[in-house]
Design a protein around this ligand. Structure first.
Ligand code: FES
Ligand SMILES: [Fe+2]
Length: 318
């Protein structure tokens, strides 16, 4: 079993899954999400075992998923419970759609294609107010997107006038430590930012904390030194294919005055600055075996790449 199959991956916003089946993709596999009669999410391979049609083109009927082609119905365990062309036939256990584990966490639905040795990332001690932005479909690999989230040296260029300034491109020294389970962390990183958050009126010093949460997710928290609102952000990346990913950003903020729209517009503007550069990176897979040079400002990226290697990640990397 490949290592990627041991992890849970974010697939969809919980609220995006209604009464219709929803097609998603994970690790190159087409999957379908739907809700059973109790409203519980079900995750299956998006392929009917009868003639291979996409189940996501079908519909949910009486708590079962009905295939669009010949109307076979599958229950939440994947068993075929009805073959309309043979009304009195009781389908045997072999007539089964392929089901995968799914769970809700942090406002998203997470799936795994294997045994899932690891739980979805835990979040502790974050501000209560949560907004989730996305999905963003990005034409680069999930680890490229996560590495960008961990990269501070691009602020003065990609986010000039927002998170960085041309006159302050330097990356101050920082130390990378590791959690007990080997995930890279920067406990404290100081940056001067012209406009750190949606509510900042002017520039100021901001203290960042970075933590890699899992191979394709990370958390950053920022606290303005002037005592402004604390903001934490997660990046949740779903590895659709080796060269593309679907992202969500969750913001946990102590800013209780800015409107949802103001906060959302700020984050969407920030990611719109990142996306074209991210999609321009070549190769799209993150090189773990050389081919890109590092500077001392890239210590966190280097630690992230080593961590992916230690996790045995082979998808979306080269
Ligand atoms: S292909 Fe699904 S019922 Fe025939
Ligand atoms: Fe960025």
């Amino acid at each position: 079993m490949s290592h990627e199959k041991q992890w849970w991956w974010p697939l969809a916003l919980e609220e995006a899954l209604g009464s219709e089946p929803l097609a998603v993709q994970l690790l190159g596999q087409p999957l379908v999400l739907w809700r059973d009669a109790d409203g519980q999410p079900v995750l299956m391979t998006d392929r009917c075992p009868h003639r291979g049609a996409k189940l996501s083109l079908g519909s949910v009927q009486a708590g079962t998923l009905e295939c669009p082609y010949h109307g076979w119905r599958f229950d939440s365990a994947g068993h075929c419970v009805s073959i309309p062309a043979l009304p009195s036939f009781k389908p045997p256990a072999t007539h089964k759609a392929c089901r995968h584990p799914v769970m809700a966490q942090h406002g998203l639905l997470w799936g795994t294609l294997g045994e899932a040795a690891f739980a979805p990332p835990a979040l502790v001690g974050l501000p209560e107010r949560r907004l989730i932005y996305g999905p963003f479909d990005v034409a680069t690999s999930a680890p490229r997107a996560v590495e960008n989230f961990l990269d501070t040296a691009h602020f003065a260029y990609v986010h000039r006038g927002w998170l960085g300034e041309a006159t302050h491109p330097e990356v101050p020294h920082y130390d990378v430590t590791h959690t007990a389970d080997g995930r890279p962390v920067i406990e404290s990183y100081k940056a001067w930012q012209p406009r750190a958050t949606a509510s900042s009126a002017e520039g100021g010093w901001v203290t960042y904390r970075y933590e890699v949460l899992s191979p394709y997710s990370a958390l950053l928290s920022k606290q303005p030194d002037d005592g402004g609102p604390q903001d934490s952000y997660t990046i949740w990346a779903c590895p659709d294919t080796e060269d593309s990913c679907r992202l969500w950003f969750a913001q946990y903020t102590s800013d209780n005055t800015s409107s949802d729209d103001t906060l959302r517009d700020f984050q969407i503007a920030i990611f719109a600055q990142d996306q074209p550069v991210l999609e321009s990176q070549s190769p799209k897979r993150l090189p773990l075996s050389g081919g890109e040079v590092m500077s001392a400002a890239d210590r966190l990226s280097a630690a992230y790449r080593r961590y992916l290697q230690q996790c045995g990640i082979g998808f979306g990397v080269c």
